[in-house]
Design a protein around this ligand. Sequence first.
Ligand SMILES: [Zn+2]
Length: 306
Amino acid sequence: MRRVLSAIAATTFLATCGASSDRDISGAQTKRPTLTQAERTTLAKVQFGAAKTPAATTPQAIGGYAKGCLAGAEALTETGPTWQAMRLSRGRNWAHPNTIDYVQKLSRFAATQPGWEGLYIGDMAQPRGGPMLTGHRSHQTGLGIDVWMLPPQRLNLTASERENISSISTRRARGAYTNDNWTPAHMNILRAAAKDSRTARIFVFPGAKVAMCDAETGDKSWLNKIRPWSGHHYHFHVRLNCPKGDTACVSQPAPPKGDGCDDARKWVRDILDPPPPDPNAPPPQKRRELTLNDLPAQCTAVLRAD
Ligand SMILES: [Zn+2]
């Protein structure tokens, strides 16, 4: 847990640092524009949530995964040869072009798996990234992808079917174990996703990580990128590294060395037999909602761009 906390602290530090210093990550001075009254007082999620088109500039992930935005986003085509984007009404099938390429490649692999026609892709980012009105703290820079656990039987779902069909849960015992919906194909797809050098981390429930630790008979090094997390049993979340050349993109320290299987097993034991609550634990703090001033200065330009 300490490792998790220090990783979070490091990320927060980087994000805070980038947002308050008026310097981008490359060290270049970035002039923070003067905000209008509305820009100052309206929550960033409202402003980014209202953007229906991408900023037509060079593609760039800006800021941190949970405190940033996205310029020059590309839409994932709603239906491709090996994928469908789901929940189209949410307008979150946007991402960095690098991410779009990644999704397409992974979906081609998924289509080789028995019972899988490809992938159903859930939320990525808004057209200009940034915080969202509902859900997700971390899909802000166009480098995050939610991949549904439901094996696509067909890729001709209508828009209305894509609103109404649900994914399937792959866990039981509150995430300590996988259930009967979990198949070797899930593991093969997660392995392929982790082995892509563009991947920084993949979040999935602890029981799935342990199941894969136990089932992998070959090289286990890819399991390093599979990070156990709460939830994440209807979908897994892929977080990509900052694309090369995106100097304002803030990445995260690499996961701790090793396959992480023992940590995941400990998490599973704690699910099954929860330790007593720590009486000295500080009360959970409610996160403050982000405003434009919390985000890198370039995000104001992204919001204002044509
Ligand atoms: Zn996600």
